[in-house]
Design a protein around this ligand. Structure first.
Ligand SMILES: Cc1cc2nc3c(=O)[nH]c(=O)nc-3n(C[C@H](O)[C@H](O)[C@H](O)COP(=O)(O)OP(=O)(O)OC[C@H]3O[C@@H](n4cnc5c(N)ncnc54)[C@H](O)[C@@H]3O)c2cc1C
Length: 433
């Protein structure tokens, strides 16, 4: 099952409507508009590596310098993947200078290892559809802002190809297949055109967003929240525990991808989980055209394989596959790469195209998709804990949906409600069942 088609099935089969009676945009109950619980801003502990997010090459203007926010809101974002970076970027556009706590480095996990495929309409018909459409458009605006070349952004055609490893010695060309797909093509179907599919380099985008946000980057592990009971019941966020110390704040955003499950120990929310994939980057000797490929390969053994192939504007070709249901390790650096699985992906890509068979292996890597129990993103405030917001579980469309997710979360924090025309009701965090 392809990652993308798998996601669609997951949504179709496992989406259940939240029965709680929450009005669509009513976040007034939360602390985002509360000004009565402000505490003085403290500096991050000295022994933490405290950095400006300036290790990025993109010459972007910083909307706001690190320091006290114009808005007076003190926000800590836990996780420096594409979701955390998007939240930081859109908060900075609203005058908030957030602090990002990242355990390893920016884009250390899936956000630095994903394909970066974007689609306008593949989520239509699911609750994610409007979010995906808005985010697809936002990607193009971001590419124009940061520079298409710098972000590795381009529009491209997308096809599904059925290829058979065992042939009669005369490769079958299909009239719709790209000319570099020279394996035994048994079928080819157009899935998208330059009007509806595009790609971006996920790591470059994540770093560009983080850098442009001007966020203060604290390298350390978010270990918990400091919560204060409220007189009328419930509690509010006062800080994030990092390395045994506390960074004070009025709002904390949980954006730790599959590691957001840690926050289920701090907050009344369901835990997300993860699914492991391997991916490789190939450097072909002959150029490969701008076509994303969703493959269905019949191997000589009779088994099937479905690697996804994404040529990039820089000449490299990204290929991913080998899904595995294994536990998420304690930290991103604990994600092990299997040379055997990467070699298998390379061999399968070579069945599709001789240019990929002869390509040099430039990188072998592995990462986890963040998956929620409903199969839908989890975006929104945590009921009963003012100032706690979750933004995770974006599944196999996390690169696509991160920009709009960041915008929505910034609206929740600054405006106390979602002002974009997106129904977030299906995404609101649920209490454990
Ligand atoms: C093989 C593969 C291909 C994909 N291709 C696509 C694609 O083509 N298009 C698409 O839209 N999506 C794609 N995705 C999905 C996308 O990569 C993810 O949904 C997205 O990157 C998730 O981003 P995130 O910020 O939520 O999480 P992550 O990228 O996992 O980032 C979480 C961050 O939190 C940090 N962290 C963890 N624990 C802590 C802690 N305790 N304290 C502080 N920081 C912590 C981690 O170090 C990490 O940097 C793909 C995923 C995979 C696996």
């Amino acid at each position: 099952m392809n990652i993308k088609s798998g996601y669609t099935l997951l949504v179709k089969h496992s989406y259940r409507c939240d029965s709680r009676n929450r009005s669509k945009r009513d976040f007034q109950r939360s602390a985002y508009v509360r000004r009565t619980h402000q505490v003085s801003r403290s500096r991050a502990p000295r022994y933490l590596v405290f950095l400006m997010a300036s290790d990025c090459k993109f010459p972007t203007e910083r909307p706001h310098s690190t320091g006290d926010s114009e808005s007076g809101k003190r926000v800590v974002i836990c996780g420096g993947g594409i979701v955390g970076a998007s939240v930081a970027y859109f908060l900075s556009k609203r005058g908030v200078s957030p602090t990002v706590v990242e355990r390893e480095h920016v884009a250390a996990a899936a956000s630095g290892k994903a394909a970066g495929f974007l689609t306008l309409d593949w989520n239509d018909g699911s609750p994610v559809g409007p979010l995906a459409r808005a985010s697809f458009e936002l990607h193009e605006k971001l590419a124009d802002e940061f520079g298409r070349e710098q972000l590795g952004y381009r529009k491209l055609d997308t096809v599904a190809v059925a290829v058979c490893e065992r042939g009669d010695g005369n490769p079958h060309r299909h009239r719709r297949a790209p000319n570099w797909v020279d394996g035994n093509v048994e079928g080819c179907q157009v899935l998208g055109t330059t009007a509806s599919t595009a790609q971006v380099h996920p790591e470059r985008l994540t770093r560009a967003l983080m850098d442009a946000s001007g966020a203060s980057l604290v390298i350390g592990k978010a270990e918990g929240l400091v919560l204060e009971p409220l007189p009328g019941g419930g509690s509010c966020v006062r800080g994030v525990r990092v390395g045994g110390d506390v960074i004070e704040c009025d709002a904390a955003v949980i954006a730790m991808g599959p590691w957001s499950s840690l926050a289920a120990r701090w907050l009344p929310i369901e835990a997300v989980t993860g699914q492991k994939y391997h991916s490789i980057l190939l450097q072909p000797k002959e150029p490969v055209g701008a076509h994303a490929l969703f493959t269905n390969i019949t191997l000589a053994s009779g088994a099937a394989a479905e690697p996804e192939v994404y040529p990039r504007p820089d000449g490299q070709v990204y290929v991913c596959g080998e899904p595995e249901a294994v536990p998420v390790p304690e930290s991103p650096s604990g994600v092990r790469v299997s040379d055997a699985k990467c070699a298998r992906i390379h061999r399968q890509a070579g069945i599709v195209s001789s240019r990929l068979a002869g390509a040099e292996l430039a990188k072998a890597q592995s990462c986890f998709l963040p998956i929620s129990p409903t199969g839908l993103p989890v975006i929104g405030p945590v009921e009963g804990v003012d100032g706690a917001i979750v933004a995770t579980g974006l599944g196999c469309w996390g690169i696509l949906n991160a920009p709009m997710t960041g915008k929505i979360v910034s609206e929740m924090i600054v405006d106390g409600r979602v002002t974009s025309d997106i129904d977030v009701e299906p995404f609101l965090p649920r209490a454990p069942r």
